[in-house]
Design a protein around this ligand. Structure first.
Ligand code: XMP
Length: 508
């Protein structure tokens, strides 16, 4: 078992994921409970995560120093490195420059944490996101790596097996990140890998056992998670499952038809489609704040769902909660809230249903594996993630039917061209954003004052970080010229070239 002390990093659960992928169990604790958790579970290694706090000053967030004396290997990542720097006899100070995104790391001294890297092992790309820096290493530690802006980007006390790294090995964009984590977990901590298998028929059996002869209800969101949870449950209890799909009016072009086709026709689920566009649009009238939009959409959805579900008199509610949702909703005490991630289909606690969550322990790619096994059409499996609040968070400013209609048509062109270019499945997401910025154009010698559409086309492996896709210019040109000719209201198309961090994937 590895213990992660979570200082509130946005990527703490990703560290957990990487360790689980290595086949090693992991537990996450908050700093206050670091020592008691370590004494209780006796981990083979401790990881101190990143986090938004500072290690000095009044609000410093530290741990009980005894965890460094347990004789257990410790790896500090980003803020975790600063905690070690501060607590083990080193020194931390504000950096001269804030560093976000990729930078080049130079290994200055070989050590076990950086063993078995590839041929570029002396200089490679890493991801950083920090303000402070360690300016003096802990007692008996040595500097083992640096970046152009950070002299002490990694330190090591090989004898005590205590290591600190400024970059995030858990994010996909860090070259050799997995190998570095594996070096720590397997080689330094001495963990043994036990890979786990997904057994779909076992999952179905478990649902059958839980629900028995009762009836159940499930809200389909259009996403893969709720879809897989529903089909698994259908395999278990057949027509005793009723699915609802609420068309919020915030969906993509043709989405409702596609969902009806897939679940009613292909999977033969009992599906009720509720057309609620007018209700959502009137609830959203005049609202421009993104968080308020999310809240209103979540609440409106719940009201509609509860009303319909109660009519059926079911006892069980099936939800497509997956492992990252479980971790994120636990809310690590020290993480900053970036966005309220309203999983439409996420029903509040006081509803009287018993909750069935067959996918609680799985990651998105594992859910996709299960979907494949259940015979999902490829087009559904490979569909890009779509946020619960739908196009409402891709329209800046007030939501109106007209704007939704413009955005839907532009978005369909983006998806169509990406598919035609054979790139749709290679990227994480590709979509259009209604920026709300009006600008001047000229068509057929006439002045035209129209809308600006932004393209957000990104690559990511783990949701937490993303890079904008380097698409061929010809493809960008095709998308742009089709949008301005086929979507009459638009006069300008721009390409969003911001990474995450510092930007997020969705504009709101
Ligand atoms: P951000 O914009 O936070 O997005 O970088 C990360 C991923 O999460 C999706 N997303 C949401 N999903 N409800 C959801 O169910 C939401 O409110 C929400 N906001 C963002 C987003 O599409 C991306 O895949």
């Amino acid at each position: 078992m590895i213990l992660i002390i979570d200082f509130g990093s946005q990527t703490t659960h990703l560290i957990g994921r990487r360790i689980k992928d290595l086949g090693v169990p992991v537990e996450i604790a908050i700093p206050k409970n670091a020592l008691s958790s370590a004494l209780k579970i006796k981990p083979r290694g401790i990881i101190l995560s990143g986090g938004p706090a500072s290690t000095y000053g009044k609000n410093a967030l530290l741990v009980d120093g005894k965890i460094f004396k347990l004789g257990v290997p410790v790896l500090g990542i980003c803020y975790g490195l600063e905690v070690m720097g501060q607590m083990l006899g080193g020194q931390v100070a504000p950096g001269k420059k804030k560093e976000y995104g990729s930078t080049s790391f130079t290994l200055t001294k070989n050590n076990p944490l950086f063993a078995n890297l590839g041929k570029n092992k002396n200089t490679f790309t890493v991801w950083m996101s920090h303000f402070d820096q360690v300016i003096k290493v802990p007692t008996d530690s040595i500097v083992v790596g640096s970046t152009p802006d950070v002299k002490i980007a990694a330190f090591a006390n090989v004898k005590k097996k205590q290591y600190g790294i400024m970059f995030h090995p858990e994010v996909h964009h860090t070259q050799y990140g997995n190998q570095i984590l594996s070096n720590f977990i397997i080689n330094i901590c001495g963990e043994v890998s036990q890979k786990r298998n997904i057994n779909t028929s076992q999952l179905i059996k478990k649902i059958k056992l839980e629900i028995g002869a009762q009836k159940a209800v499930c809200a389909l969101s259009g996403g893969i998670d709720s879809a897989v949870a529903a089909v698994l449950t259908h395999e278990a209890i057949g027509d005793k499952l009723t699915c609802f799909y609420v068309d919020t009016g915030l969906m993509r072009l043709g989405e409702t038809d596609q969902i009806t086709q897939t679940f009613k026709v292909h999977f033969k689920l009992k599906l009720q489609v509720i057309h609620a566009e007018d209700i959502f649009l009137s609830a959203l009238k005049g609202i421009t704040d993104p968080e308020e939009k999310r809240k209103i959409i979540g609440e409106t959805f719940i009201r509609i769902f509860e009303k319909e579900a109660q009519k059926l008199g079911t006892k069980y509610l099936v939800q497509g909660t997956i492992y990252p949702d479980v971790i994120e909703s636990k809310g690590t005490n020290h993480a900053h809230k970036i966005k309220t991630h309203h999983n439409v289909g996420g029903i509040p606690e006081k509803h009287g249903f018993k909750i069935i969550e067959p996918l609680r322990q799985f990651y998105k790619d594992e859910v996709r594996e299960i979907a494949k096994e259940l015979g999902f059409p490829g087009s559904i499996i490979s569909r890009h993630v779509f946020p619960g609040p739908g196009l409402a968070v891709r329209i800046i400013g007030e939501i109106t039917k007209e704007k939704l209609d413009i955005l839907r048509r532009a978005d369909a062109i983006v998806v169509d061209e990406l598919r035609k270019a054979g790139l749709y499945e290679k990227i994480w997401m590709g979509f259009a954003v209604f920026t709300g910025v009006k600008s001047t154009g000229v068509t057929g010698d006439e002045r035209k004052y129209g809308e600006t559409i932004a393209l957000r086309i990104i690559e990511s492996k783990d949701t937490m970080t993303a890079d904008w896709a380097r698409l061929p210019y010809e493809l960008l040109e095709r998308i742009s010229s089709r949008i301005v000719t086929e979507v009459f209201e638009v006069v300008r198309v721009v390409y969003d070239i911001t990474t995450k961090p510092p930007a997020t994937m969705e504009w709101e």
